[in-house]
Design a binder for this molecule. Structure first.
Ligand SMILES: Cc1cc2nc3c(=O)[nH]c(=O)nc-3n(C[C@H](O)[C@H](O)[C@H](O)COP(=O)(O)OP(=O)(O)OC[C@H]3O[C@@H](n4cnc5c(N)ncnc54)[C@H](O)[C@@H]3O)c2cc1C
Length: 430
């Protein structure tokens, strides 16, 4: 995208929408579907053709399921092989702790499981459901090149490059950046920032034929972690996340070597993979973390990873994308009815983000700081291993149905303390 924001004459073939969404991942597709159901004319464009690869742990927290249900996507996901995972197992420093999704301290678990499903399936299903609506026009293989502004500076659409390198002028009352962690829209609006101290890379690998369990898992190393989940009937997806400074030289072969070395250093993972090699080419991506200083503008807003993303360890990015889309749709619908395009019309969206998304991302940042101290991680895992109720609380937090604010409630801690303690939890023989 060019660095200049341009006010431009309407091309003869300009298209007009109520809302134009840049990026057709979960945030963009869910938003399109919600706005279409409210009767608005939506354009949604993505630079890729779907299904497209997306580096991801492919695990969805329980709190995503009611949103999928509401949009009529849950049954279809199950039919396409979504695997129900009932908790998370944490390994490292000689400890193993397991938390299960269950109602906690008065916060009801919406389901006793989350889903693991291939991103190709998850993302295509939501986009197909949106694109099937008569209110939605989908532009694939179409990349934004510029934002359009009116004389007041309000965003009024985009110029995009289509699949045949043709120039498209797409105008809208509202333009939404749902274009992921390296959002071109956020960059163009001048609000994108790196997250200080977080410069990590993820290596994502899939394995075939690994016996499936009913939980996701995280393996902690002193300087890295692996998050993994059995995904649909056949695939085990594994993410190695490490500081970019520690990424070995040697290109793809170097990454493969590093992955093999880390797997060999985790006895449980090594035994589980049984010498298997990845069944698909590795995906690598980074830096993973980005944030923005503002999310709403006259005529524009950001949603999903385009607003901010910290780290995949807690497996909440899909929840942030889907819930962000829900909150934004709830603010956009009355704004569109009232023909408002000023940023103040989206104040409820910002309040919702501040209430529900920002505290979770703050917690994720604290966790990332904690990971820098192996002694702290060791102590924490030991505590979780001895107190399974605390492990349940941790997965309830990352499962998105207990909020960080709930940690201030004494009843929640009474529940943790009431439950039995495991004696001699430390073990080298998992
Ligand atoms: C390694 C890794 C593992 C993860 N594991 C998990 C997990 O297990 N569970 C979980 O909940 N979350 C996980 N996440 C986070 C999750 O993947 C994201 O939070 C989620 O995909 C955000 O959805 P989104 O729609 O905002 O963005 P995306 O899914 O990134 O979609 C953005 C879309 O915008 C398009 N786009 C980008 N630029 C342009 C442009 N200029 N023009 C047009 N289109 C454009 C892209 O092609 C893409 O399709 C993980 C992330 C990483 C990196």
């Amino acid at each position: 995208m060019s660095s200049s924001l341009r006010s431009c004459k309407v091309l003869p073939h300009a298209r007009h929408f109520d809302v134009l969404i840049v990026g057709a991942g979960p945030a963009g597709a869910h938003l399109a579907l919600r706005l279409a159901r409210a009767g608005f004319h939506v354009g949604i464009l993505d630079r890729q053709r779907f299904p497209r690869p997306k580096p991801c742990g492919e695990f969805m927290s329980p709190e995503c399921l009611p949103m999928l249900e509401e949009l009529g996507l849950r049954a279809a996901l199950l039919a396409q092989g979504a695997r129900c995972l009932k908790g998370m197992r944490l390994h490292g420093h000689g400890y193993r702790a397991e938390g299960r999704y269950r109602s906690f301290g008065g916060a009801p678990a919406p389901f006793d499981h989350g889903y693991a499903i291939r991103r190709e399936v998850l993302d295509e299903l939501a986009l197909e459901a949106a694109a099937a609506r008569s209110e939605v026009e989908h532009f694939e293989a179409c990349s934004v090149s510029e934002l359009l502004r009116d004389e007041s500076g309000a965003v009024r659409g985009v110029l995009a490059i289509g699949p045949e390198r043709e120039r498209l002028e797409l105008r809208a009352a509202w333009t939404i950046g749902a274009d992921g962690v390296r959002s071109a829209v956020a960059r163009e609006l001048g609000v994108q920032r790196a997250v200080p101290g977080l410069d990590k890379l993820a290596i994502v690998a899939r394995y075939d034929g690994v016996p499936a369990a009913d939980h996701a898992e995280v393996h902690f190393y002193p300087d890295a972690y692996i998050a993994a989940a059995p995904v649909d009937e056949h695939v085990f997806t594994l993410n190695l996340v490490l500081d970019r400074a520690r990424v070995p030289a040697g290109g793809r072969a170097g990454l493969e070597e590093e992955l093999a070395r880390r797997i060999a250093a985790s006895p449980e993972l090594d035994a589980k993979l049984g010498g298997r090699r990845p069944c698909e080419p590795l995906l690598a991506c980074g830096p993973l973390a980005r944030t923005t200083t503002r999310q709403t503008f006259d005529g524009a807003a950001l949603v999903g990873d385009a607003c901010s993303f910290v780290d995949p360890m807690t497996g909440e990015g899909l929840y942030f994308a889907m819930r962000g889309a829900e909150l934004l749709a709830a603010a956009l619908v009355p704004a569109l009815h009232a023909r408002r395009t000023d940023q103040n019309a989206l104040a409820p969206y910002l309040r919702g983000r501040k209430r529900e998304i920002v505290p979770r991302q703050r917690l994720a940042r604290w966790m990332q700081s904690g990971l820098r101290h192996p002694a702290l991680v060791r102590g924490f895992l030991g505590l979780l291993a001895r107190r399974p109720s605390l492990a349940d609380l941790v997965v309830a937090l990352t499962g998105d149905y207990v909020s960080p604010r709930d940690l201030l409630r004494p009843s929640l801690w009474r529940e943790v303390l009431r439950r039995p303690v495991v004696i001699g939890a430390r073990s080298g023989a998992f």
